[in-house]
Design a binder for this molecule. Structure first.
Ligand SMILES: [Fe+2]
Length: 283
């Protein structure tokens, strides 16, 4: 069956196909203000229930292809220690992680999520909400629109994303836990603010915010500048998400180390494009 955006997104409520409409302009204005102040914005019930069921089914059919990893990482998604740094440097703090991805290269050609990610309508809407143009779909063939699976006891520790902008779409909620926590704009291009990062890693909660996401909600998030985590999954139900991502640089992909640790493999593109980041930040 041919895919159609109107069967995936609630276009009545959110006419992202018509960015000139008064309705969507108001929504964009609200998202933009939230993204500027808080580094994230949530659009409730963005995905239609039937489409959500299709997404859950396509992920569940491929659960055996999910790469689960238990490697401890630091907030910059590195698994390897750097003994040349002082002992208490945030890069030397490693945290338990138990998390999995259905890599984007495993998706079926007619995948609902892949279709949504590849629509110009979604790209232009997100770009308008961010107030940044152009943005690009991520060139990383494993990570660009991966499904995220957190099984019971799953945990995603404090980290920064290597892409600038992430969408989070909840497909299935756990019974308890799996709460998204974040510290808005704790670093910025050219300024890591290691002291502030260290405080949070040491347990300071003064800058930590929590967000409750429901299935069907769409979150737009600046994950490269805002450190975030997902608390432990409690109960028998896994947490399913999809995390399509957008970037400022259409060429860049994950580093080979990062790709190996998180997505379980390294492709030639990760080696060919392994260059220093133009924003001067670690990942
Ligand atoms: Fe993240």
């Amino acid at each position: 069956m041919e895919k159609n955006l109107s069967k995936i997104v609630d276009l009545e409520k959110y006419p992202i196909h018509d960015l000139q409409s008064h309705k969507i302009k108001k929504i964009i204005e609200k998202c933009k203000a939230e993204l500027e102040n808080d580094s994230c914005s949530v659009i409730p019930n963005f995905i239609l229930p039937n489409s959500l069921a299709v997404m859950r089914k396509e992920l569940e059919q491929q659960l055996d292809e999910v790469y689960m990893s238990k490697e401890s990482i630091n907030a910059y998604l590195y698994a390897k220690d750097d003994p040349s740094l002082p002992k208490d440097h945030p890069k030397r703090i490693f945290m338990n992680r138990y998390n999995g991805y259905l890599n984007s290269d495993c998706f079926a050609k007619n995948s609902e999520m892949k279709f949504l990610y590849e629509t110009e309508e979604l790209l232009k809407f997100v770009s308008a909400c961010l107030g940044i143009s152009p943005i690009y779909r991520w060139a990383d063939p494993l990570a660009c629109h991966a499904y995220n699976v957190m099984e019971p006891d799953g945990i995603l520790p404090w980290h920064f994303d290597s892409c600038e902008f992430t969408l989070s779409l909840v497909i299935q909620k756990p019974e308890q836990g799996g709460i998204f926590e974040y510290c808005p704009n704790i670093r910025e291009p050219g300024n890591e603010r290691f002291d502030e990062v260290k405080k949070v890693l040491d347990g300071d909660r003064s800058k930590v915010k929590q967000l409750e996401l429901k299935p069907g909600d769409l979150q737009i998030f600046k994950g490269r500048f805002t450190m975030h985590r997902v608390t432990k999954i409690i109960g028998k139900t896994s947490r399913y998400m999809c995390i399509p991502a957008y970037v400022l640089d259409p060429w860049r992909v994950n580093t080979p180390e990062h790709s190996k640790a998180i997505y379980g493999k390294v492709l030639p593109i990760h080696i060919e494009r392994n260059k220093v980041r133009s924003d001067g930040l670690a990942d």
